[in-house]
Design a protein around this ligand. Structure first.
Ligand code: PRX
Length: 636
């Protein structure tokens, strides 16, 4: 039996039991046999969820890029590490071998050094899905700098907040980006953001769309001439196991985004291990995850997990609908993709289109299909299974979070029998628990509750950058000695988990986590708005869409509601990004509130979902008449 590579269900159970009985031994063996260490650890794990403090492989020293690149050079130097598929299908595919990746990362790392970036410094990366994105991430890791990748669809305000929150001294961007048949002025967004970021002294600009941009003297530098001059060798900076590797922001239910801090050794071990098992990766496979590296899925399962296994990982710059809805399948055929990992929202969007877009292509190379980001509905699951997998490729419905760093609950393909909508079983080392509202664990099967994790795992985020108290309050205070995920889940008769969705004020729209508070803050900035509340409602493609309930100030009364809605959506786009726009707006005279002044979102959610059959207890409402008014207005 190998703990590292599970090949059938019995083995899974054996490995799982072993991992729970003796977690330290379990992870120690995996770490020892499958990675390159410059110094071994003195202690596998120390932890205290009350503080909270978690340390894995303390005393160890390493560099993650030596594990992701250097150690493959002898055996896989000419193997494609990154297969870059551009937005425009007429542009050439790039095959970057491990040798070439080594050279590119080394040069980029030398550029970072030459620009004054040192170990521990934070570097903001605001790039589209081009090779420079993966290379700059790895270049930071090469010299022990901490990358903070910001998804290049975020607005200038959102970018500025993230740059300032972790004091980045450098931003890496492009002149612009392609998105289907559109271009986006990324450098313009960066310029706008930097008006309020005093700490940034250098902007490195890669050329992508060859647009005319303004370069600020002394601050902005073209990347290519610097790379041309850079040395092709850059000795890896050796870091400690618990040194931070990156910061990645995620939305919370309140306030500003949370900069989740991931550290080096545990993250590396866990993402590599889960990549190997969840995708059953074999040496000649071509693996493709369609996520953006701006999200955790891209960090863990486009860059670090695959490269740590010496895999070929596809990076796709474009969108599923360009030049037509067959693009994904064309790429699968062209590169004989073996594992394909995407989001339910993409599946739903493609399922709406003509099946010819799928059937035109030879998808017989596929062995494993994956989904992530939100619960997958049964219809989408079947469409994926029938038309893409031809009922031959198991679907791994992978549940995890930015905070968990790696996949937590998922089938092992060809081992775990799958059921639509079930993420199925915890991966080795993961100890889930379901809790009731009073904070007690609900034991046994066929139960539903709030999903917690009882025991540390190597890739868990260690803190929120600059705010450890918020980290403790958000994840470790609701259930004593447990990590609380914010999700609800049920466990069926055989112990399979099904994630039922968020139980807090985070709404997942097209697979993106959106906190209600920042959106409401943006809306409330409008001079005509008195107050607002955002809720999610079911949407065919996005999973959830946003509905805003808005009350106006006297000055706003009588104003055209369509115009107001447009202005409000523009504000949201400016402050957060287009992903947070409202699909529906209802202007109202009041919001349903409890006597303590809390908005009862539960009721708004029901109205927005057009389901008012059971509004629950409304006796604590201060203004029950508002509810009737809202129902009437919605025409229900
Ligand atoms: O609610 C869960 C949902 O996405 C949340 C985490 O979002 P984020 O940090 O952006 O990471 C997404 C990619 C890992 C979770 O709390 N979620 C993620 N995967 C699933 C899911 N819900 C149901 N099923 C999933 N497979």
């Amino acid at each position: 039996m190998s703990n590292y590579h599970i090949k059938h269900l019995e083995e899974y159970w054996q490995v799982y039991r072993n991992s729970v009985r003796n977690p330290e031994n379990f992870w120690e063996e995996i770490a020892e046999e499958h990675f390159l260490w410059r110094k071994k650890w003195t202690n596998v794990l120390s932890w205290d969820f009350a503080k909270p403090e978690v340390k894995w492989f303390e005393g160890a020293e390493l560099n993650i890029t030596e594990n992701c690149i250097d150690r493959h050079l002898a055996t896989r130097g000419d193997k494609t590490a990154i297969l870059f598929e551009p937005n425009n299908p007429d542009e050439e595919t790039l095959h970057i071998t491990y040798k070439e990746l080594h050279e590119r990362v080394s040069k980029f790392a030398n550029v970072l050094k030459s620009q004054g970036v040192e170990k521990g410094d934070r570097v903001c990366i605001y790039l589209p899905m081009i090779p420079e994105l993966a290379v700059s991430v790895l270049a930071c890791a090469r010299i022990g700098a901490v990358h903070s990748v910001v998804f290049a669809g975020f607005s200038s305000t959102a970018l500025a907040t993230r740059i300032n929150d972790c004091d980045c001294k450098m931003v890496i961007c492009t002149d612009g980006s392609y998105r289907g048949n559109k271009t986006i002025d990324l450098k313009g967004i960066v310029d706008e953001a930097l008006k309020s970021c005093e700490g940034v002294s250098t902007v490195l600009v890669a050329k992508r769309i060859n647009s005319e941009i303004v370069m600020q003297d002394g601050r902005d530098k073209w990347l290519q001439p610097l790379l041309d001059k850079a040395d092709t060798v850059c000795k890896a900076t050796i870091v400690k196991a618990e040194d931070p590797l990156f910061i990645l922001y995620t939305s919370g239910s309140t306030g500003k985004p949370k900069g989740m801090v991931h550290t080096t050794a545990g993250y590396m071990v866990y993402t590599a291990y889960t990549f190997k098992n969840v995708f059953q990766y074999r040496e000649s496979d071509v693996y493709w995850c369609t996520a953006d590296i701006g999200w955790i899925t891209g960090h863990s399962y486009i860059v670090y997990g695959p490269l740590a296994n010496g895999a070929t990982t596809v990076m796709f710059e474009g969108v599923p609908s360009y030049p037509d809805y067959g693009r994904f399948w064309e790429i699968v055929e062209k590169h004989k993709v073996t594992q394909f990992y995407t989001a339910p929202t993409a599946i739903r969007a493609l399922a709406k289109e003509n099946l010819d877009y799928v059937n035109k292509y030879d998808l017989s190379s596929l062995k494993v299909l994956g989904t992530v980001g939100e619960p997958i509905n049964e219809e989408a699951w079947h469409w994926y299974n029938d038309n893409v997998g031809k009922k031959n490729s198991p679907i791994v419905d992978t549940w995890w979070q930015t905070e968990t760093g790696g996949i937590m609950i998922s089938p092992i393909p060809y081992s775990t029998p799958t059921i639509p909508t079930y993420a199925t079983l915890p991966l080795p080392g993961i100890q889930p628990a379901l809790m009731d509202e009073n904070g007690n664990e609900i034991k046994g099967n066929q139960v539903e509750g709030r999903l917690c994790i009882k025991f540390p795992w190597p890739s868990m985020a260690r803190t929120i950058y600059g705010n450890h108290g918020r980290y403790r309050d958000t994840y470790f205070s609701a259930y004593k000695n447990n990590y609380f995920t914010g999700d609800g889940a049920l466990r069926d008769a055989v112990g399979y988990y099904r994630i039922t969705g968020r139980v807090d004020d985070v709404i997942i729209v097209s697979g993106h986590n959106l906190g209600t508070a920042p959106i409401e803050d943006a809306i409330n900035e409008h001079p005509a708005v008195a107050e607002s509340a955002i809720v999610g409602f079911p949407h065919d493609i996005k999973g959830n869409a946003l509905c805003g309930y808005i009350t106006l100030k006297e000055t706003g009364e009588g104003r055209n509601h369509d115009n107001l809605s447009k202005e409000i959506n523009q504000l949201i786009t400016d402050r957060i990004g287009p992903i947070a726009k409202l699909d529906s707006v209802q202007f109202t005279n009041g919001l349903p509130k409890t006597r303590s002044g809390k908005i009862m979102r539960r009721i708004l959610r029901k109205i927005a979902s057009k389901d008012i059959s059971n509004l629950g207890d409304t006796s604590t409402l201060l203004n029950p008449e508002v509810v009737n008014e809202l129902i009437e207005q919605a025409g229900l």
